[in-house]
Every structure is written in structure tokens, then in C-alpha cells.
Design a protein. Structure first.
Length: 174
């Protein structure tokens, strides 16, 4: 299995980041290897929204389709995805958005996956840190586009002062 955890601080609110990550239908606009994504079977249970995300991804000549259950929990400030079908033996990813200093967010992203195809598995394992970094960069860049101080804040909060996506940093440990 290939598991990886990434943490970083971004100058956007937890609600903004939760809204961005849970907006799965827009992924093809800002994650270059997501070619198409369709959301189906949406339902709400209190603060928790459930749906199925069906994605087509392409990378270096490979094109694959897969589906995940996606659960957005607004009270826990989490987004969780679990494999329904696709080229994986296992696929789980979890996002947690916690408040940090100055109206910013500590993001914890965990992904644990294993491809069924051993060639894809070897390629993914060798490149997992680069791939996770590119995913995180795509979300931070999209947050800057959506939530810059000139744009209206969708959660009603005031714009974050001096929001510079390039200033994101690894959170302090301990």
C-alpha cells in the first residue's frame, strides 16, 4: 500500500477550504490530469453531504476511470473519499481543515491507495510525493483564484489580509 500524509497552512478559512475540496465537479478546471468528473446520488444527513464522484483521469498516456463515495462533514470540517470501483485495490483519502492563526487553515491530507495493476502501482509509488504536492498546489492555487481579497467570501467572512498562496508553509510540529 502507498500511504502519504501532507500538512500545510494556507491563508484561507477552514470553511473556504472545505467548500473548495467538496466542490468535486470543478476539479477538471484546476487539476490537469482530471479530465472529467461527474457527481451523482447526492443526499444530505444533517451536516453531512454524501455523493458519488465518477472521475476520468489521464496521465502520460494512461487513462483510467474510477468512482468514490465522497462524504463532506461540515461540523467535523472533513472530506472523505472511499473507492467504489476503478483501477485500485484500495483508495482512501481524507482532508481535515482546522483553524490556525490569523484566520488561516491547517490542512491535513491523507491518501492511502494501491493500484490493481503492478505497473501503475510501481509508477505511483515512485512518484507519490510529487503527485501529492501537485494536488496540494492545485488546490492552493484554486483557493487563491476563488478567495483573493477582491472576491466575495462565500462563507460570509471578511477577506483574509495579505493572502499569498506562495507563503504557505508546513505547520509547526509538536
Amino acid at each position: 500500500m502507498t500511504a502519504h500524509i501532507e500538512e500545510l497552512i494556507v491563508p484561507y478559512t477552514p470553511a473556504q477550504m472545505l467548500n473548495l475540496v467538496s466542490d468535486i465537479e470543478t476539479y477538471p478546471r484546476f487539476i490537469k490530469w482530471v479530465k472529467a468528473l461527474r457527481k451523482s446520488r447526492p443526499r444530505d444527513e444533517g451536516d453531512v453531504h454524501h455523493c458519488i464522484g465518477e472521475a476520468v483521469v489521464g496521465f502520460k498516456g494512461f487513462t483510467e476511470q474510477f468512482a468514490t463515495t465522497v462524504q463532506t462533514d461540515r461540523s467535523a470540517m472533513t472530506v472523505k473519499a472511499r473507492l467504489v470501483r476503478g483501477p485500485f485495490r484500495k483508495l482512501e483519502n481524507d482532508w481535515h481543515f482546522g483553524e490556525f492563526e490569523n484566520n488561516s487553515t491547517r490542512i491535513t491530507f491523507r491518501i492511502d491507495y494501491q493500484f490493481s495493476n503492478p505497473i501503475l502501482s510501481a509508477l505511483a509509488s515512485a512518484n507519490k510525493e510529487v503527485a501529492v504536492r501537485k494536488i496540494m498546489d492545485a488546490f492552493v492555487d484554486e483557493a487563491a483564484r476563488r478567495y483573493s481579497s477582491t472576491n466575495e467570501q462565500i462563507d460570509g467572512s471578511p477577506p483574509v489580509e495579505d493572502a499569498e498562496p506562495q507563503s504557505r508553509e508546513k505547520p509547526p510540529t509538536g
